[in-house]
Design a protein around this ligand. Structure first.
Ligand code: ATP
Ligand code: LTN
Length: 337
């Protein structure tokens, strides 16, 4: 009965690349929705380690960070009994499908991707082919699982549109092969901004740690970073154009408490920025506290963590191989005997 129910559930795939530190932006934009949807859908949540190689990584640090990211997924409350939680590089079908999809994606399409343009400007000394090809590997991640829904932050909308275009193109050429996925983007908090430059998104690999809140930052550090957050000088707690810093703090507060932005504005009407910042910081500290406690316990239980990612990867391989076999057959490869 249970397996029948599982089969009927729609499918989710999402991933985060293990660069920098998981931030409040990643939590509000992506992880929080993973938590919300994890029992309603059959979910695959990957640490997309292959994607992170598009920027230079120190091997020792990357290995440590990959583990820390996976453990943070668990610490946030992703339930491994109901969902697959694994490292992308453990499931070889991802790179195999990426090759095939490369042959159905145009240079012009990839050249238009904002993330590619931003990252090439930031890493001008290392504009590698992987950076250019990044969205095709992402399309492979998603299409391999016949995914219905992809919960991500607003910055990934363009990549999702490309994924859909590739799926539709392939289906038109060879007949129904891939499910065409939909994005799932939060209404509030789709784009949490940098605390230091609130016109830029909060990024987990920002060189300035004051620009982001890491999920593992201590309460003192969180309080300091929010108190230092760049705002404006008109001292009115109101969501309005040009008030990027205050808008950002309002979004963080609203998203973490579930209160509407207009209610938060009313609550703080007539109060000063100092008090508002303290209360935003308190909400962030309280929200992250249980995650940080579970994280410590899980880091001391490596056998359990290993069991989770190993069994998840085995299942992911079995599911994704079905799609890959179908694709190989459709394009005309000779089936293995
Ligand atoms: P990097 O700075 O290393 O490029 P990033 O912080 O942009 O990383 P990603 O790995 O690209 O993080 O994104 C992981 C998930 O978090 C994606 O779903 C992305 O849309 C979401 N996300 C990233 N930054 C934000 C943000 N500032 N606000 C809301 N969602 C975000
Ligand atoms: N490109 C995404 C990370 C990512 C992803 C995915 C997200 C790689 N593969 C599949 C959703 C589904 C990013 O956030 N930069």
């Amino acid at each position: 009965m249970e397996s029948q129910q599982t089969q009927e559930k729609k499918i989710i795939f999402s991933g985060i690349q293990p660069s920098g530190h998981l931030t409040l932006g990643n939590y509000i934009g992506a992880l929080k929705n993973w938590l919300k949807l994890q029992y309603e859908y059959r979910c695959c949540f990957a640490v997309v380690d292959l994607h992170s190689l598009t920027v230079r990584q120190d091997p020792k640090e990357l290995r440590r960070r990959c583990m820390e990211f996976l453990v943070q997924y668990l610490a946030c409350g992703i339930d491994p009994k109901e969902n697959l939680i694994f490292f992308q590089s453990h499931v070889h079908t991802h790179t195999e499908l990426a090759w095939i999809l490369n042959c159905y994606t145009y240079m012009g399409e990839l050249g238009r991707m904002t993330q590619f343009k931003d990252k090439s400007a930031k890493h001008a000394d290392n504009i590698n082919a992987g950076l250019f090809d990044y969205p095709v590997l992402m399309a492979a991640d998603i299409l391999l699982y016949q995914t219905d829904l992809v919960p991500v932050g607003g910055d990934q909308k363009q990549h999702l549109e490309l994924t859909r275009d590739i799926a539709i193109r392939f289906n038109n050429l060879y007949g129904e092969t891939f499910k065409v996925p939909e994005p799932y983007i939060p209404e509030v908090g789709a784009r949490i901004m940098s605390l230091q430059e609130p016109t830029k998104k909060m990024s987990k690999s920002d060189e300035n740690p004051n620009a982001y809140i890491a999920l593992l930052d201590s309460p003192d550090v969180i309080m300091k970073k929010i108190k230092r957050a760049v705002t404006d000088s008109d001292n009115e707690i109101k969501y309005a154009e040009g008030k990027d810093g205050i808008n950002n703090l309002l979004s963080i507060y609203s998203s973490l408490t579930g209160e509407k932005i207009s209610d938060v504005e009313a609550k703080f009407a007539g109060k000063g920025y100092g008090q508002f910042k303290t209360e935003v910081a308190e909400v962030v500290i309280e929200s992250l506290k249980p995650i940080q406690e579970r994280y410590k316990d899980l880091m001391n239980n490596q056998d359990y963590v290993k069991e989770v990612y190993t069994t998840s990867a085995e299942k992911a391989l079995s599911i994704s191989s079905k799609t890959l076999r179908k694709v190989y057959k459709k394009v005309g490869f000779v089936p293995k005997a």
